[in-house]
Design a protein. Structure first.
Length: 106
């Protein structure tokens, strides 16, 4: 997952955890509501200064906004990807076994 995707997911998660709407976050950091909406829609990416203001408004360290394991949503997605990869490997092995079994009877 790219850094922008991680940032946006964490931004949304921590904004909601703080009980802030896009409008309230925008007010807290001195930006427009449309700017927050554009960020969350991945149309804009904030400057380092804005990231610091966002983190301050959300009461989290700025680094948390970039941590792939920063929010439960990211943790859940990481687990889902790992589980899907393991499941694919197991199913592939079973399919190969089944094909080998059928071929050995022919």
């Amino acid at each position: 997952m790219g850094v922008r995707s991680v940032f946006i997911q964490n931004l949304k998660y921590y904004r909601k955890q703080a009980g802030l709407t896009q409008e309230k976050l925008a007010e807290a950091i001195g930006m427009s509501t449309s700017y927050i909406g554009d960020m969350e829609a991945r149309e804009r990416f904030p400057s380092a200064e804005t990231i610091d203001r966002i983190a301050s408004a959300l009461h989290v360290p700025a680094s948390v906004l970039f941590d792939e394991k920063g929010s439960p949503e990211n943790i859940k997605q990481g687990f889902s990807r790992a589980y899907a990869a393991t499941l694919r490997e197991e199913l592939s092995a079973k399919v190969v076994e089944a094909i080998d079994s059928v071929c050995s009877r022919i």
